[in-house]
Design a protein around this ligand. Sequence first.
Ligand SMILES: [Zn+2]
Length: 245
Amino acid sequence: MKADPAVQRQLLDLAKVDAELTRVAHRRRTLPELAEIDEAEKAVRKHRDALVASQTAVSDLDREVARQEKEIESVRAREERDRKLLDSGSVSAKQMNDLQHELETLTRRQTALEDDLLELMERREALQLDGQRTGAEVDKAEHERAAAKARLDENVKDLDTTQARREEDRAKLLPRFPENLLKLYERVREHKGIGAALLRARRCGACQLELDRSTISEIKSAAEDEVVSCENCGAILVRTVESGL
Ligand SMILES: [Zn+2]
């Protein structure tokens, strides 16, 4: 393939633009905020699950507390009824004895129930405090996620701007190249990442391989408008005074 050496040299401008586009694409995939958002998302889920578990435990305890209170209430009602009966003076001596005995039992039962209730309330309070702490952790994780997302958006916006500018540069450069040269460039770029590079000090600017003596002499003897490629990576080797030929 043949191409005007001046046109060949302009491939270096195109390769520079494309290298930047490749960097932008790579940066887009590897922005640290992507991992940060993932981490924050995991934390949000973990703390939310813990919060739900804590809220469930609190409402279970609420039900238990209500049951306990109802039980205490019914013991109290029974005590009150027994006392009224005792106070009425309308019961026999045996009944009075039975009632007193029952009242003692009921009092012991009430004390035990009240102790249990107190313990339930303490557990509930501890769980509620725990829930408040977990709630604060959910807020913190959500805040971190939002902050990382905002930083990501900012960086993506910058990348969008850079990409748009380089694509503009690219569109301006493309009409300078004959179709076959551009096709070769694009094909190599697609497969190897770099379509053209400067041959500098006998080294391929794309794969950095130092060319051997016979290859150098072949390139040296090739016509100026001959398009030469690196036999290692396929990149179009652009020759300038820096090439060391
Ligand atoms: Zn190479």
